[in-house]
Design a protein around this ligand. Sequence first.
Ligand SMILES: Nc1nc2c(ncn2[C@@H]2O[C@H](COP(=O)(O)OP(=O)(O)OP(=O)(O)O)[C@@H](O)[C@H]2O)c(=O)[nH]1
Ligand SMILES: [Mg+2]
Length: 403
Amino acid sequence: MSLGFIQLGQCGNQIGHALFDFMIQETQMSSPGAQALLNEIFFFERKNKQIAKSLLIDMEPKVVERCLKAEYYDKAFSLTKQEGSGNNWAYGFNNHGPANKNAILQIMDTLLEECGYLESLFFISSLAGGTGSGLGSYILELMADRYPEIELFNICVMPHLTGEVILQSLNTVLTIGSIYQHSEGIILLQNDEAQALCNNLLNLKSPSLNDINQVMSTNLASFFWPCLTNQVYSTFHNNLQYVQELLNITNNQYKLLQLNQIPQLPQQSKAFQNDTWSALEKRIQQMVLTGTKEYNINWHKKGQQPFKQLMIARGNDVKKHQFNWNTVQDEHQFNKNEKSITVVHNSSNIVESLNQISDRANQMIQERAYLYQYEKFGVKIQHFQESMGVVEGIINDYEQLIQ
Ligand SMILES: Nc1nc2c(ncn2[C@@H]2O[C@H](COP(=O)(O)OP(=O)(O)OP(=O)(O)O)[C@@H](O)[C@H]2O)c(=O)[nH]1
Ligand SMILES: [Mg+2]
């Protein structure tokens, strides 16, 4: 098993960096088996050094330079320029894309040569900026065409819905409109949710971007962390077949995935965790069914079964519990939690935030607000209308699932 990443733009690079940092830290508390699997799946070895199978791409140098201070990243797998995309999808896609196409293919070829093969590539970026969203969409298309044998997935950060960047809804619609065709699955992370989680569960009154990234990267790592089936030192096996598992919960029509992990506790409270497996299981299932979070679980609503889901339970005595949903089990106490559960789910409750974004974008398109900034870089009104069509189609498909 071999998984690669492409970290794009400010957000993608910061979250990718936090993810790799977290996984390396977690190895200090894990079995030799998990370490061996982690090294095989996410790193390759060069001269006794572990190097992350990750490309670092941004059109500004600052964030990538900071990432490269970590010893597991290699400068040869990075690409930066001096000018970002100014929160403009069109500039990222139509200018930075073609201008950097050959350089990107070259670093990808070098990565493949060094690590042998990749089963899958995960693109990490925000939906609202210009580089991660626009250049990211361009590279996804390029990879789909050039490396059809690699399964492509996205990890996308949705903007705060209160609106921080004026162009965010337009960029989001253009990105989803573009990547939905080529991506096998899109894991959506929400800035608003991560922030509320910091406020309500981690006692962080005004969380920094770093705190938010910590939450997001830990949640991602709870999916990516290997699960051991075989403890015999020479024959470690991972029973989490990432790509297959994700393909099992998506299809051509339904590709939007959400990630929940419980419990979310401040470090100092972890020693006092006394949840039973059935209590944790009940909580996370109710969260998934009702689209609520650990800090506001709705126990009164019956909720809606997800289209499909994957559950991963980690911790003490996990194999003694009979889970209702099909569950991958691992005895590792992930992130110092005695017990924890992660669910990756494909659910219709995603339409709420999607509707908000699409309404705002629709209004801007109707009023032709800011569209001239995109026209300058080759994205015309028809392109917006097509992307809106894709997004409305997705919303419509998910609404069909609601009973
Ligand atoms: N969670 C999280 N969100 C971020 C981070 N950095 C930026 N964002 C969000 O990402 C969006 C802006 O996108 P960026 O990733 O900064 O943009 P970019 O891809 O670098 O593109 P340009 O700067 O326009 O070239 C906003 O919604 C920010 O809230 C981060 O480190 N973590
Ligand atoms: Mg940027």
